[in-house]
Design a protein around this ligand. Structure first.
Ligand code: SF4
Ligand code: SF4
Ligand code: FES
Length: 477
């Protein structure tokens, strides 16, 4: 077990693991210390000189990110000497910065802007012209670089060398001509974390830039449904839609990062082409229709259900409780694996966000979740069957899903319950019915570790309050 030490910071007694990072100890104890280059997920560079502190018994100020906690240390970050040092350092960071906050996507969540408000000297002492650098560089993988805004904290270069090992970025030249150099366009699958860790607006997301001001957004803390890792994320939303996904630190699962695939999981939720009301297929066109009428027409049919692996554990339980004692048939459709089993960082080839929860629920209810059971349901469809198919929320391999869809026409009525966007192949269904997306329901899924991961309801963009158990229960099977 790690031994804790007691130290005093600005007169406040705090505790931290012996030998742990001094700056991190302050941050963990709610003490604000200005810093740019330090990031808990990266090595210590000590280059921005913003986190300076004094320690009793030590005549020289030093950067706290590059020091370790020891028993009885007495540390100060609020003395006149430190305040003057931080102000002077900030002036250096601002010497060539364009201060184009009104058109910068980082405004509202920018370390430079925040510290300028706290420690800035407001009136510039510079008489020389600013050094200009390239302002709009597409460096690949959805990331844009504005070299003028960069404060050379080196977080991005350390990320590509330490986390992804791809080394696409470096720092070239010296003094005020130093700048980020792009050895090759970003090629790693985690590139958008660079946008998150850049403390200023030098690295921005092509997908997000100029779409919304951050102060008009609310974050919903939830879980990524992109693969069975189940990273903790936050989705930024407002009443007009969802705009971005960012990782939330989770020690046991994703640490500080998430993959670029996971950044796209929100796109269908507020898409204008997403199904928003029950619709009937009339000669290939889906026309809104009265839902109660549809369900009444199924009363003389044998009901069969194909569930996806994207429901919450609660949804599976409610569903099986509703069909208990009936003669309904139930099977499970799993998404095929994509890419390697595990990429060594976070991404997993199994895209079934809640396969484990689904399997457990099927086992508990005494239903077979195997491919053979799915084939049996599909191959035995007759004109006396009504088949409900819960469509996966994100379909990575349309061809694979279409092999299933091709068979549904053998049922008397095929109904798709869909939380996502409609595919062309869904014309094989007689009815399409909307069900909640992952952002429109509270619940739990089970990740590859067998750990419960929470989904949380954000804003809703359609008539999506009815889930699969509603349909199972309503027709009274
Ligand atoms: S681009 Fe951003 S993260 Fe990279 S060195 Fe510049 S300020 Fe730091
Ligand atoms: S690793 Fe998987 S769960 Fe994590 S962000 Fe990527 S797709 Fe989402
Ligand atoms: S955060 Fe300590 S020197 Fe940059």
């Amino acid at each position: 077990m790690t031994e804790n030490v007691k130290l005093t910071w600005n007169g406040k007694e705090i505790e931290a693991p012996k030998g742990s990072n001094l700056l991190q100890a302050a941050l963990d104890n709610g003490i604000e210390v200005a810093h740019y280059c330090y990031h808990a997920g990266l090595s210590v560079a000590g280059v921005c000189r913003m986190c300076m502190v004094e320690q009793d018994g030590n005549p020289r100020a030093f950067p706290s990110c590059n020091a370790t906690c020891g028993e009885g240390m007495v540390v100060h970050s609020d003395t006149p000497k430190i305040k003057a040092a931080v102000e002077a350092t900030l002036q250096f960071h601002l010497v060539n910065h364009p201060l184009d906050c009104p058109v910068c996507d980082q405004a509202g969540e920018c370390g430079l802007q925040d510290y300028y408000m706290k420690h800035g000297q407001y009136d510039s002492q510079m008489i020389d012209k600013k050094v200009h650098k390239e302002k709009v560089q597409d460096i690949g993988k959805n990331v844009m670089l504005d070299a003028e805004r960069c404060i050379l904290c080196s977080r991005c270069t350390r990320f590509t060398s330490e986390v992804t090992g791809t080394n696409e970025l470096g720092i070239l030249n010296r003094g005020d001509h130093a700048e980020i150099t792009v050895n090759e366009n970003l090629k790693n699958d985690y590139a958008q974390n660079l946008v998150d860790i850049c403390p200023v607006g030098a690295l921005t997301s092509k997908d997000f830039r100029f779409k919304q001001r951050v102060w008009f957004l609310e974050d919903v803390l939830t879980t990524c449904i992109g693969c069975e890792t189940g990273c903790s994320v936050k989705v930024s939303q407002n009443k007009n839609g969802s705009y971005r996904v960012k990782p939330v630190y989770d020690h046991g699962v994703n640490g500080h990062w998430m993959c670029d695939d996971g950044r796209k999981i929100y796109k269908h939720v507020s898409s204008p082409t997403r199904l928003s009301a029950a619709s009937e297929n009339i000669n290939g066109l889906f026309i809104p229709v009265d839902e109660a009428g549809i369900l009444n027409s199924l009363s003389d049919k044998k009901l069969k259900f194909i569930l996806s692996t994207g429901l919450t554990n609660g949804e599976y339980q409610n569903f099986f409780a509703k069909i208990k004692g009936s003669n309904a048939e139930v099977a499970l459709y799993s998404l095929p694996h994509e890419g390697p089993e595990f990429d060594g960082i976070l991404k997993r080839g199994d895209k079934n966000a809640n396969l484990r929860g689904a399997v457990k629920a099927f086992d508990q209810a005494g239903f077979d979740h195997s491919q053979a059971a799915l084939d049996k349901v599909l191959n035995s469809l007759t004109k006396s069957d009504a088949l409900f198919v819960v469509v996966p929320e994100i379909i990575y391999n349309e061809d694979h899903f279409n092999t299933l869809i091709k068979k549904v026409e053998k049922a008397a009525v095929a109904l798709a319950l869909t939380p996502g966007e409609s595919l062309a192949s869904m014309r094989s269904f007689k009815y399409l019915l909307p069900v909640p997306s992952f952002l429109e329901k509270d619940g739990e899924i089970t990740n590859f570790q067998g750990a419960g991961r929470e989904l949380r309801k954000g804003l809703s963009y359609g008539e999506t309050s009815k889930d699969v158990s509603y349909y199972a229960g309503w027709v009274n099977v």
